[in-house]
Each structure stands twice: as C-alpha cells, then as structure tokens.
Design a protein. Structure first.
Length: 195
C-alpha cells in the first residue's frame, strides 16, 4: 500500500521503529532514494524526532512544494541523528568453531524446552536430544537467584555499556537474576561447559 502512496508524488513520511519495525526498511530506503518520490524514511530515536518531521507537512499545507517538504524532513532527520561519539573501543576476539566441530558439539548436547508442567523426553531434532522440563523448575531456579550477584552483574553491565537508554536499573537486575537462574537450570541438566 505504501508503495502506491509513495509513487503519487505527494509528500510521504514513513516512520518505522528502529529495533523492530516492518522489516522492509532497506527496500523502503532504496525507494525513497529515488528523487522522483517525495518520501522520507525516519527511524525516530525519540517521539520529539517524529513530531519534528511530521510538522514539516505544514510546508505543503501552506502552499509549499513537495521538494521543500522533502528538504525540510531531511534536515529534521539529520538534526535528530546522533553525532559521532568518541568511544573507547574494546577488542572482542571471537574464535569461531569449524562446521565439523559445531556438528560434533551438537551431538554431545541436548535441547531443553519448556512448554507446560510436564517433564518428558521428545524426539531428537537434527540428531540433538530434546528434553522438556516443567515451568516449576525454571521458576524455582529464578526464585533462588542471588539478588546481590544480579545487582553486581547489572552494575558491571551498565558501567561497561556505551549507553543505556530507557531501561530502568531494576529491569536490568531482574534480567541478570533470570540469567543466573537459567544458568543453574542448564548446570543441573549438564548443559554448561566449563570455561
């Protein structure tokens, strides 16, 4: 539908959520780069960015041209784009496994799945054993998570993050507690590798 609207020559502002939008942003960006189409793709970082871009419709509403609308929305987009940061980069060495080693390790592993309150062994998937565990086991592991350790891990994550946007510290602590709980579940089922 938006393709048809974009080709009318009327001003179009396409706003997509930057982390989970339509999935068609690349195609839309290519389409909007065609200067015959009066369209701007905006991935707003904040609501004020979107409001700033939408206010550009006043240009055509006041008799301005579509080209003026496109120029104004492009200017609004550039203004809302964060400037280049001066961040210290940390080398993150990743040692990839060969395909053969991945297959070997898959065969030594098992898939833990949670569906209901029933424990059972299921048919293997791609040769990997599947074991269903009950929600009660996962809940118990989460309830036994060390809150002090969760807070400590959350503090470390936030300290080492380049930026934390819109995530309350309490949510980060809860997530760390959940990770701690899942690690204990994996350990109980022989899924944790020593490092």
């Amino acid at each position: 539908m938006w393709q048809t609207i974009a080709r009318t020559g009327k001003p179009v502002l396409y706003a997509d959520f930057q982390y989970g939008g339509s999935g068609g942003s690349w195609y839309i960006t290519q389409l909007s780069s065609n200067r015959k189409i009066a369209m701007l793709v905006l991935l707003p970082h904040q609501h004020k960015d979107l409001i700033s871009a939408v206010s550009c419709f006043r240009i055509t509403g006041g008799g301005g041209s579509v080209a003026e609308f496109v120029a104004a929305t492009e200017k609004a987009r550039l203004k809302s784009t964060p400037s280049e940061g001066r961040y210290k980069t940390i080398v993150n060495e990743i040692n990839f496994l060969s395909a053969e080693e991945c297959v070997r390790r898959f065969r030594e592993s098992k898939i833990l799945a949670v569906m209901d309150q029933e424990s059972k062994i299921a048919e293997p998937v791609m040769g990997i054993p599947v074991e269903y565990i009950p929600f009660s086991e996962v809940n118990a592991a989460w309830s036994l998570a060390d809150n002090d350790e969760a807070v400590s891990i959350a503090e470390k994550w936030q300290k080492n993050a380049l930026e934390v946007v819109g995530v309350p510290f309490e949510n980060t602590c809860n997530f760390c507690g959940n990770v701690y709980g899942m690690k204990s579940v994996l350990k109980n089922h022989g899924r944790m590798r020593s490092r």
